[in-house]
Design a binder for this molecule. Structure first.
Ligand SMILES: C[S@@+](CC[C@H](N)C(=O)[O-])C[C@H]1O[C@@H](n2cnc3c(N)ncnc32)[C@H](O)[C@@H]1O
Length: 320
């Protein structure tokens, strides 16, 4: 009886005449998907981890609004896929993006899925992660700087705001955002609204109806952190008119802290955006000295609301 052992061909000879032939296994490279927060737009606000991953990605899947300066940081050999641009100029449906990511990973590729800001904040990162993991694909999330943190406003501030809430102002066409207005209208807190430019008039009306003062400062920040950044400092009662001047992407930062932004601009810089048409905006009559005093003693800030614009003025644009 032959003893167990390897023969010259490399097969394992078991007891009896049975042979277990072990073929040299082909190494299958496992793919991986990294859901990476790209931050608000300024490439310097990428995390070190995001930068490293971009440098070694085989494929980068990104949205239409991802700045070119960030895409340029990817490996020159990386394949770039824009899921926000098709012939019809529509974004690829989420299900198709999920299928694409799964298929690329199954090809053994290292995939970086760039997502604006932080993947988990109004970014559908959780959905993409769940689908990938359910498909057996290795997937990880890399946090990013969310847009609110680049708005240039201290979102909490001693004596002015002890809490900050991030909400979405997105609503199905013609509908209203489904939010807890009574809770959001309470004083001493900052409310940051993402995707709220086109619903700004409804948001302002709801907050005021729930008790938030019409004189509450609001700063609308468009393209935060980018060279194209625009800011409008206004009040809740004038928000509907003033927000219509911007195109987005933009955030609404609602609360007393919004008035502090003036004091935080570099010395010599003028407050906020300039009115495009004389009288077409309502602006807070808050100057730099007021705001600096406000930082030392917020209760001393008095907000003077200029007169209402003539009826019919103030363009309303579809935003975002
Ligand atoms: C689908 S949400 C994605 C948010 C993203 N995940 C984040 O953490 O910032 C898109 C919205 O984020 C806001 N946003 C994103 N980038 C922005 C920027 N650079 N400036 C102002 N708002 C921005 C706008 O409200 C925009 O409509």
């Amino acid at each position: 009886m032959m003893a167990s052992g390897h023969d010259r061909a490399g097969a394992y000879r078991m007891g009896g005449n049975k042979r277990l032939v072990v073929l040299k296994a082909k190494t299958v490279r496992e793919g991986v998907v990294w859901l990476v927060g790209a931050g608000p737009g300024d490439p310097d606000l990428l995390t070190v981890k995001a930068l490293r991953l971009l440098g070694r990605a085989d494929v980068v899947v990104h949205d239409r609004l991802t700045p070119q300066a960030i895409l340029d940081l990817a490996s020159p050999a990386a394949r770039m896929i824009d899921v926000g641009k098709r012939k019809s100029h529509h974004t690829l449906p989420q299900d198709d993006i999920n299928l694409l990511l799964t298929a690329l990973a199954r090809e053994g590729l290292t995939v970086v899925r760039l997502k604006g800001g932080d993947p988990y904040l109004f970014g559908r990162g959780g959905e993409e992660l769940a689908v990938l993991r359910a498909a057996g694909v290795e997937a990880h999330v890399v946090p990013g700087v969310t847009a609110a943190l680049a708005a240039g406003v201290p979102l909490t501030h001693r004596g002015l705001a002890q809490a900050v809430t991030f909400v979405t102002g997105h609503a199905a066409s013609g509908a209203e955002p489904d939010l807890d207005w009574a809770s959001l209208a309470k004083a001493n807190q900052t409310v940051v609204v993402y995707m709220g430019l086109s619903t700004a008039p409804k948001i302002a009306a709801r907050l005021m109806a729930a008790g938030r003062a019409g004189s509450t400062p609001v700063v609308v920040v468009e393209n935060a952190s980018l060279d194209t950044e625009r800011r409008v400092l206004t009040t809740l009662s004038a928000l509907g008119v003033d927000a219509a001047e911007l195109d987005g992407p933009a955030l609404l930062v609602i609360g007393e802290v919004a008035a502090l932004e003036n004091s935080l601009l570099p010395l010599g810089e003028k407050v906020s955006a300039q009115p495009t048409d004389e009288g077409s905006h309502r602006r807070l009559g808050l100057d730099r000295d007021d705001a600096l005093t406000g930082l030392r003693d917020p209760s001393s800030v008095s907000l003077r609301e200029p007169p209402s614009p003539p009826r019919g003025e103030g363009k309303r644009r579809a935003a975002q």
